[in-house]
Write a protein that binds this ligand. Structure first.
Ligand code: FES
Length: 357
């Protein structure tokens, strides 16, 4: 994973998407680092009242188009999203890290695969990118989208989704479940639950045995869909998930990343490889690896600090750690030695981590 070098991106358009969201189109010039895969995200930084905020937003565009668009929805009390949805103008410059994220997969142009996509609220942003990319790059594949939102007027990217459907009428099917309005079918009323999703599968609205399932939304929705597909025997490798919020906050920062008082003795040592350079660091009681590395390498990548986004992911080649939340790791990564450094508290006195691997 690349180090957290931020680049300046120009805002070339600001489109009001819903009353609470905007779509920003950004220009990275010819920088090849900003080529992206479907489902990936950008991490932005912005200072509010002297505090640096970092937030990640999914790219909502077909990868072959190469257009950097992000959809941002205002959340109550969210300083970053309030600024981004109200104050950003054409010509402004935003600082962003290159695209990251493993909510993606290998495309096979000659494949005729079945995809089920489930999006809750602003979870539609990476899901749109996946649908738009698959429909172009795999011309024989089919996509079914279950979109959960509160009302039609709160649906992000509605025009884009409808235009995509009109271009691929025979291969792109959309089911909408609105929690505060009446939807089309009886079983799509209210919030999705185990029973309604099971019926969706049994009635054939969603393929019971798809090649890939991509889920993005709040944790309860993602977990229900995972559970129902698991009950029908779908293996984990075919189910890709991304949370944009989580009921659990993960491990909160336990220590400021600034210098530690000289009188405090370290409890361990580590080495971090980052951007091709190895740097030694000291570990103090309660440190996450991210805290410790950040004292000596301010360029260490991170965003959510809650175990969700995977921006801080690294491989651990020496030592052991405990992690409170691992939402940002895909199945198999933990066994393969990957950790989320914002969550990882060492349980050995020496660790070696590689952010580049
Ligand atoms: S910074 Fe997001 S998972 Fe660690």
């Amino acid at each position: 994973m690349a180090a957290s070098s931020f680049s300046a991106l120009s805002v070339v358009s600001v489109d009001r998407d819903t009353p609470e969201s905007v779509v920003l189109t950004l220009d990275a010039g010819d920088d090849p680092a900003f080529q992206f895969a479907h489902g990936q995200y950008l991490t932005f930084r912005h200072e509010v009242d002297g505090v640096e905020l970092r937030r990640s937003y999914s790219i909502c565009a077909a990868a072959p188009d190469g257009v950097l668009r992000v959809g941002i929805k205002r959340v109550d009390g969210g300083a970053f999203s309030t600024w981004a949805t109200s104050a950003v103008r054409i010509g402004d410059v935003l600082e962003a890290m290159p695209p990251m994220g493993s909510f993606t997969h290998d495309l096979v142009p000659e494949a005729a695969r079945s995809y089920v996509l489930v999006a809750g609220g602003s979870g539609i942003t990476p899901i749109y990118s996946i649908a738009a990319t698959v429909l172009v790059e795999e011309p024989a594949s089919r996509v079914a989208l279950l979109q959960v939102d509160s009302t039609m007027s709160s649906i992000m990217l509605l025009d884009d989704i409808e235009a995509l459907r009109n271009r691929h009428l025979d291969r792109f099917q959309i089911w909408r479940q609105l929690t505060r309005e009446v939807s089309g079918l009886d079983l799509l009323q209210g919030r999705p639950d185990e029973d309604s999703l099971t019926e969706c599968l049994q009635r054939g609205l969603l393929d019971i045995e798809p090649d890939h399932v991509f889920l993005c939304g709040p944790e309860p929705l993602v977990e229900i869909v995972r559970k129902v597909y698991a009950m029908h025997g779908l293996v984990d490798e075919r189910v890709h998930t991304e949370l944009f919020t989580t009921a659990q906050s993960g491990r909160a920062r336990t220590r400021a990343s600034g210098p530690v008082d000289d009188s405090v003795a370290p409890v361990g040592r580590g080495t971090a490889k980052l951007a091709g350079r190895s740097t030694d660091f000291s570990l103090y009681d309660g440190d996450t690896i991210l805290n410790a590395v950040q004292r000596v390498r301010p360029d260490v990548p991170y965003a959510c600090e809650a175990g969700v986004c995977s921006t801080c992911r690294a491989s651990l080649s020496k030592g052991t750690v405990e992690m409170e939340a691992t939402y940002g790791l895909v199945p198999g990564e933990e066994d393969a030695g990957y950790i989320l450094t914002c969550q990882a508290v060492p349980t050995t006195s020496a660790v070696i981590v590689d952010f580049d691997g």
